[in-house]
Write a protein that binds this ligand. Structure first.
Ligand code: ADP
Ligand code: ZN
Ligand code: ZN
Length: 687
């Protein structure tokens, strides 16, 4: 690139606070012209911040500009495509480019000086291979459906216009093998590959599989790297740099990896594309899945979205022909999907006061599996011992003084803990209200289920895996290993254990209390429940060699519900059809486009006043603004949370509305001092 010598004005994207009103890139003076994408440090007020040169020069200005403080000249500028991605994402999710960049670049970049970064780069260069090349890995022969899927993906390499590919395959149908083959083809063509997974902590297996497969093809250190928030800051910077320099050929990561700088990117895979964790839940609330689709389209490369239970958005795109659907209908090795048994809770003889999660028939089924030496998994999406403590005398309940929520009873450390604000106290010996000694837990969480199972099935080795049992580093890995090694008979846990794990020995999966989501006010709750149960069921019978059929046991009070009926037949398509029909008639996504305006204040009135005023700022007859309502958990840590839904039938119309609205909101906020925080969430997942 020809760079004019001599002083220049450069435009720099920096993370200026929203209230400053400095949303766009700012002008600085520079001794030399700087290419767009160059990283710099610039003064802002009294601080010095990391910035990215955004466009090379702007119109001459009469103002005296502050000079750029430092240039990271050892680092190649970020590519044009990366800057386009950031521009798009910032615009779409209504944030400034500077804020988004600062959120998605490795945090250490903000702390290092150009000299320190140059030192890191030199260190990276010194990492060279010492090991002998690994042997060529064994590759299974592809099943016909797999072969066709790989063919359709690789046919898009170099093709002019191509559709996103939805790889729809039940658990165990060999989706991962398809990713591996497609990745291999892209790598062989000299391209980089990006594989996104919902939670890398839960999928070390996937990393191992990719590493094993590509150790021979990519023997250089840092040719395969991961990018996620559990890395140390130094590791994250190193891996990010490896990707940016083109040394890393395969990048495996969580949602933040969608922003990796990948100059030779040739293929993107989004595994479990329906997973809600692809949506960032604070700051710039982006969807990594949606941005992956955008990025692939922008670069003209294939993107593969894989799932056994696609998001209804993606499914609808496949139905309408915007996406190409690739179906893997059978499990590899002919392992049958588990038989689903919908256990009707209404059929039980009424027995007041007796806990019902562990019904006698369920215990009998578990016992039978135990006697056969088979593993079982019991799934309950609620951690702790019991969701609430209750005094039968005065009706006191263990509410949280700071939130509109109960505090959960954790028996192991005898605490009452609020899962929203973290407020924790020792369990009182007597009712704090009336002194009654007889306070009792109501309901059950995984801790209690674990205890009851151990009591009911003496001799069984019961292991619980949830956020509480895996707080310390390495605990999750150790616990999963125990399951794989067969040192566990019954695994109890939250949705943490339903995702992705390739448990070979489990032949029985039970969901003991899944009904709650059927009646949630969130229209996406059934979709999430269905995916969760299909995924939980998918843990059973992955190894066809086991004796007898594997089974999924679902305890419900609503046996005839369409969701369960579709589940019993493993019929995602039926479920999707029903749900989409409902969504269409109710004008909900994917047939409408939504944004949420959230506001937080010490009082609900203050939050509401801001939202009411916001609703009055702008009229558009293509956009519907609903009245403000409290959040599902209205108060958290003494802050009241209100939200307001904005709906449009056309995405472009909603976008145009938001573009005009957000700057007006920034101004409006200045008059509403009582509002602590506000945010716009585009395509919100939880409502
Ligand atoms: P999914 O990702 O759809 O759950 P996987 O790709 O993990 O499925 O495949 C399930 C199992 O089948 C894995 O153990 C995998 O190694 C094996 N497998 C996949 N494809 C084949 C194949 N073509 N031949 C033999 N085994 C295969
Ligand atoms: Zn009491
Ligand atoms: Zn609380």
């Amino acid at each position: 690139m020809a760079e004019p010598a001599g002083p220049a004005t450069v435009r720099v994207a920096v993370d200026a606070p929203q209230h400053s009103g400095l949303a766009g890139p700012l002008d600085y003076a520079s001794e030399q012209a700087l290419a767009p994408g160059s990283l710099v440090r610039v003064p802002l007020g009294k601080r010095e911040l990391l910035g990215i040169v955004w466009t090379s020069a702007s119109e001459p200005t009469a103002l005296t500009l502050r000079p750029v403080a430092a240039v990271f000249d050892a680092l190649t500028p970020l590519g044009e495509d990366w800057c386009r991605l950031l521009d798009f994402a910032a615009g779409y999710y209504q944030r400034s480019v500077g804020e988004l960049a600062s959120a998605v670049l490795p945090p250490q970049l903000r702390e290092l000086s150009p000299e320190q970064l140059a030192a890191r780069l030199r260190k990276l260069e010194k990492k060279v291979a010492k090991v002998a090349a690994a042997p060529d890995p064994a590759r299974p022969e592809l099943a016909p459906e797999q072969a066709r899927a790989v063919e359709r993906i690789t046919a898009q390499f170099g093709a002019a216009a191509s559709k996103p590919l939805l790889l729809f395959g039940v658990t165990g149908s060999g989706k991962t093998e398809v990713y591996l083959r497609a990745a291999e083809a892209a790598l062989a063509a000299g391209r980089q590959v990006l594989v996104l997974v919902p939670e890398i902590n839960l999928t070390p297996q996937l990393e191992a599989r990719f590493t094993e497969r590509f150790a021979a093809l990519l023997p250089e250190p840092l040719a395969i790297v991961s990018l996620h928030s559990a890395l140390t800051p130094a590791q994250r910077l190193q891996n990010w740099l490896a990707a940016h320099l083109g040394r890393a050929r395969l990048v495996l990561g969580t949602r933040l990896a969608v922003f990796a700088s990948l100059p030779d990117l040739g293929l993107i895979v989004v595994d479990e594309e329906h997973d809600p964790s692809y949506k960032q839940q604070d700051g710039a609330r982006y969807s990594a899945r949606d941005l992956a689709v955008w990025r692939a389209h922008d670069r003209g490369i294939p993107v593969v979205l894989g799932s056994a239970t696609p998001s209804l958005e993606s499914w609808q795109h496949a139905e309408s022909g915007r996406y190409e659907r690739l179906t893997l209908a059978t499990r590899i090795g002919g392992g049958a999907l588990p038989r689903v048994r919908l256990f009707d809770m209404k059929a039980l003889p009424p027995s007041p006061g007796v806990t019902t999660a562990l019904t006698a028939p369920l215990l009998a089924a578990l016992k039978e599996r135990l006697e056969r030496g088979e593993q079982s998994l019991v799934f309950l999406n609620r951690r702790g011992y019991a969701p609430v403590l209750h005094c039968g005398e005065c009706q006191w309940k263990s509410d949280c003084p700071h939130c509109s929520a109960w505090r959960v009873f954790h028996k192991r450390d005898r605490t009452l803990r609020c899962h929203h604000c973290g407020f924790t106290e020792r369990v009182p010996r007597a009712c704090p209200n009336c002194g009654n000694h007889d306070i009792a837990p109501i309901g059950r969480g995984t801790e209690r289920l674990e205890e009851q199972l151990a009591e009911a099935l003496p001799g069984a080795r019961v292991l619980r895996i949830d956020a509480d049992s895996t707080k310390r580093k390495g605990e999750l890995e150790a616990q999963l290993q125990a399951v794989h090694d067969g040192d566990v008979d019954i695994l109890v846990g939250t949705q943490m254990i339903t995702k992705g794990h390739d448990f070979r020995r489990i032949r029985f999966v039970a969901a003991v209390n899944p009904d709650g989501a059927l009646f949630s006010s969130d229209f996406r709750a059934p979709e999430r429940l269905f995916a969760l149960l299909m995924q939980a069921g998918g843990r059973a019978g992955r190894d066809a060699a086991g004796a007898g059929p594997s089974e999924m046991w679902v305890q419900t009070w609503h046996r005839d519900h369409a969701l369960y009926q579709a589940l019993a037949r493993h019929d995602y398509e039926r479920f999707a059809r029903d749900q989409l029909a409902e969504r269409r008639s109710a004008s909900l996504p994917p047939f409408a486009h939504l944004a949420l305006l959230r506001a937080e204040a010490r009082t609900a009135e203050a939050a509401k006043a801001f939202l009411d005023a916001a609703a009055g700022l702008l009229q558009d007859d293509g956009v519907l603004v609903y009245p403000p309502v409290p959040h599902a958990v209205a108060r958290v840590a003494d802050v009241e949370r209100m939200q307001m839904l904005v709906e449009a039938t056309q995405r472009a119309r909603l976008q145009a509305f938001l573009r005009a609205w957000v700057p007006a909101l920034i101004t409006l906020k200045r008059e509403h001092k009582a509002v602590l925080r506000w945010a716009v969430d585009v395509d919100p997942l939880a409502i």
